[in-house]
Design a protein around this ligand. Structure first.
Ligand SMILES: [Zn+2]
Length: 453
């Protein structure tokens, strides 16, 4: 069996790994590139392997940087099945059509504003393509073994990153070699997700390294949120939290309502302004056995949140001038309704903007947490006067300490480890740390490298 790195190298987006033997090709993750333009341009290059020659796809989790290219893959000729956990399937039903819709909107916008090189800019894929791709999905339980292609046995184990997220274990039956893809690995002590399950065995391990060179601050997120919200509300301001619709939005909602219930912050309205995050919250609550929150805690979220569904409600909320908390997508402020709120709230020093997770280089989120004094939104520059906070401690990714601790929990003796899903420096630091701690052979692959399994 061979493994080829078709993405997710030198960057945290575009995860795509191809396993192949003489007869079959299995793709693990089919992500879209996000962030700086040179990366995004890769989405438009022909897929490195003819899609019709791929027999099946297996997904680690629903985030777009792991699943977002699927509609294009299907449109370009992929005919096989797409396997994932049940919750990942449900989340993809929300995320992929939305991604298609956004692609169409972007193409229309580029056409109207004439800033495309093409006379008629086309979307990468449409909402209809996304629904077409969803017809290929088949979902399974954790720990259930199945053969997506003949001779390759696959199993999902919980990765603790978001609802439905998993590590993907692939055993090549003829050679009895096992490759494990970590996917995105969650925290050892997350607020809402249970810790990732240790990996029992692997000949080859593909390990993420988003925080390969950084440790999360030790601070208490409840304390931090209480301080920021109380201070901002005290000066009559609004707290805006750009949050990843799936995962962090639910955690933030829970934390804020919890500290409000404990009277650690003033009683103020909490808005969730993202149709996708609202749907993700419903799915999250439906699967309450797969995370730490109880049915009662989920009910509390449902009862006490102001869900902003329609565009009209969103526009109305944008004119709010009283203290409140607005959670809105997207998490790196690269698109979505949060942009309208940023335009309104950034120029006023009374307000606060709180980022809650990894900000990929090149995104507005990255510029803001690094102290930009203005940001470009919808073609215009907006001054940054609001207070900007970066609570990386709320990230859904384990830092290097947590990943090392997780690796140690298993009885692993891999022959080789490939470090992926990180910026170049982060991956390289992670490589050294794993090698020093365990004495394993560790490499950082480059795009399109192929290795024997
Ligand atoms: Zn993820």
């Amino acid at each position: 069996m061979k493994l080829r790195f078709l993405g997710g190298t030198g960057t945290v987006t575009g995860s795509r790994y191809l396993l192949s033997d003489d007869n079959h090709r299995l793709l693990v993750d089919c992500g879209m590139y996000q962030g700086v333009k040179t990366l995004r341009k890769r989405n438009w290059a022909p897929f490195p392997v003819e899609p019709s020659t791929i027999n099946a796809v297996v997904l680690t989790h629903a985030h777009i940087d792991h699943s977002g290219y699927l509609p294009a893959l299907v449109r370009n000729g992929f005919k096989g099945k797409i396997f994932c956990t049940k919750a990942t399937h449900e989340l993809c039903k929300v995320l992929l059509p939305d991604a298609g819709f956004l692609q169409e909107e972007d193409a229309k916008y580029a056409f109207r504003k004439k800033f495309s090189k093409h006379e008629h800019p086309e979307p990468l894929f449409t909402e209809k393509d996304a629904w077409e791709a969803l017809k290929h999905f088949e979902s399974l339980h954790y720990h259930e073994t199945f053969e997506p292609v003949k001779g390759m046995e696959v199993m999902f184990t919980p990765a603790g990153h978001i609802l439905g997220s998993s590590c993907v274990h692939v055993t090549h039956k003829p050679s009895q070699r096992t490759v494990v893809f970590s996917g995105d690995v969650g925290r050892q002590n997350d607020v809402i997700m249970r810790p990732p399950e240790p990996i029992a065995t692997a000949d080859l391990l593909i390990c993420e390294s988003t925080y390969g060179d950084r440790a999360h601050a030790e601070s208490d997120p409840e304390e931090d949120l209480a301080r920021i919200i109380t201070k901002t509300a005290g000066r009559g301001g609004i707290v805006l939290i750009p949050a990843f619709a799936v995962g962090r939005a639910q955690m933030l909602l829970y934390l804020i309502l919890k500290i409000m219930g404990e009277k650690r912050i003033p009683k103020l309205p909490v808005f969730l302004n993202s149709p996708m995050a609202i749907k993700a919250t419903e799915i999250f609550c439906k699967h309450h056995k797969e995370h730490k929150l109880s049915a009662a805690e989920c009910q509390m979220m449902d009862d006490q949140t102001h869900f902003v569904r329609t565009v009209e409600e969103s526009i109305e909320l944008d004119s709010a001038r009283y203290p409140c908390v607005i959670i809105s997508a997207s998490g790196m402020a690269s698109g979505g309704r949060v942009l309208h709120h940023l335009k309104t709230l950034l120029p006023n020093p009374r307000n606060s903007v709180v980022f809650a997770g990894f900000q990929a280089p090149g995104t507005r989120g990255d510029a803001l947490v690094n102290g930009a004094d203005s940001v470009k939104i919808h073609g215009e520059y907006w001054p940054v006067k609001a207070e900007i906070y970066n609570m990386e401690t709320l990230s859904a990714h384990g830092d290097y300490n947590e990943i090392l601790a997780w690796l140690e929990q298993g009885a692993l003796k891999p022959e080789r480890v490939y470090v992926t899903h990180g910026e170049m420096v982060a991956s390289d630091v992670m490589r050294k740390r794993i090698a020093e701690r365990f004495g394993w052979e560790v490499e950082v692959p480059e795009l399109f490298d192929e290795v024997g399994v």
